[in-house]
Design a protein around this ligand. Sequence first.
Ligand SMILES: Cc1cc2nc3c(=O)[nH]c(=O)nc-3n(C[C@H](O)[C@H](O)[C@H](O)COP(=O)(O)OP(=O)(O)OC[C@H]3O[C@@H](n4cnc5c(N)ncnc54)[C@H](O)[C@@H]3O)c2cc1C
Length: 462
Amino acid sequence: MSFSLELTPAQHDLVARVHRFAEEEIRPVAGHYDWEEEFPWPVLERAAEEGFYNALFYRDLISDPTGLSLPLFMEELFWGCAGIGLSIVMPALALSAMAQAASPDQLVRWAPECFGTPGDLELAALCISEPQGGSDVANLRTTARKEGGEWVIDGHKIWIGNGGIANVHVVNASVDPELGHSGQALFVVPGGTPGLKLVRKLEKLGCRASHTAELRFEDCRVPEDHLLGGSDRLDERLDDARKAKSRADGGGSATLGAFEQTRPMVAAQALGIARAAFEFGCEYAGGRKAFGEPIIENQGVAFPLADIAAEIDAARLLTWRAAWMGAQGVPFRLGEGSMSKLKASEVAVRAAEQAIQVCGGWGYVRDLPVEKWYRDAKLYTIFEGTSEIQRLVIGRTLAEAAPEGPLHFRLPGNKGGFDRSFGRGTKRRSQAAMALLRIAEHTPAALTRTVGSIVSPPKKGK
Ligand SMILES: Cc1cc2nc3c(=O)[nH]c(=O)nc-3n(C[C@H](O)[C@H](O)[C@H](O)COP(=O)(O)OP(=O)(O)OC[C@H]3O[C@@H](n4cnc5c(N)ncnc54)[C@H](O)[C@@H]3O)c2cc1C
């Protein structure tokens, strides 16, 4: 399916519904949950009633061939509040990691438990990062070993969204540390499993409505079938990785590929914050007067906002492109997923900072929401891969992929025969136009007009 900026009717309705939800249910309480650092259970209940908090909803959005439904949902939700947005989508992040590894039976079993049902909500967490380093995922130290019919997990995790309060923890652990990243596997650890300990809830700069925790796994035992993908698949994978290691090519990195696919979703969240701050800044600058005129009449105020307007749209185009590539299975040869996350997160920080600047002193105090957006936005240059890691991922592709040229060089394009030989810009079309001009004066006007209409520029909208 071709990339298109035109939304389907269902996508238009989705945007309108989520925007209304963000405006009516999230914005009025965002300040409260942020300041109190309280988990927004009532908002999750409302989201569940609206159908935004269940596994089938995400399955629907993920299977959209245009790729745009999920980023559209994320941008509107996070326009409301990033902390509450994270609380709502955290189970989907865990589920998306689970879906990459789990067997169909495991998905049927665990996916509903990530969300629960209205009135009886459940939570899920994705446990990857560790205190000694989150960027270097090959160097994670949590281990899983098989003992009898159980897996025994030991390790230390930090920065875990919904950690310790979730019903389902999707935990990354190493079964063969020698193999680095390829020796890791994902396990489901249900909340309340003996040996899973919530060390502390972390106090954050922003996104404070979301729950983020430090966890320990000490002799934490789960049944054999909690290994996602099962033992046979793991054994095969480890064998392949050992062979690749002995060939000294190190093998591929499944998780890095998976991150490329999820990064546009995180980018879309950052766009929601950027847009919230930008819209507020523009409205304030239009209404606030200094020296007898609205401050937006000064280029010193309008130009930085103009830059932000262009950067937000550029980041959205990158985000939609990456989401479309993921949905269409177009390989991310130049780290296009990372590009979207890098640009969207950095413009979110700049947009929020500029909104504070535009609001002057009022921007620096809690009377206005802009200081909160600034605190929220900063997370986006850190989690799901820092800005430096995004540059690293893109940088690593450059020597090999950049000389291949931009993405459209690689896409197969329309193979149509007539268009290929006589379409706009083709040599034959130019030759025909030239020939027509030469014979025009000896030809009946009606015939010239007919042929001319074929080779002349199209009317607007055609
Ligand atoms: C609020 C919050 C929520 C989070 N939620 C989750 C979650 O739900 N689940 C989860 O598993 N994790 C989560 N994370 C973890 C997050 O993904 C990590 O914090 C992030 O990957 C960075 O890891 P680190 O903090 O260990 O920093 P480090 O990896 O120690 O990096 C420190 C600094 O060094 C830079 N750096 C490192 N290596 C390089 C390099 N090679 N080149 C250039 N610069 C480099 C980094 O960019 C960074 O600036 C969350 C984090 C936060 C703050």
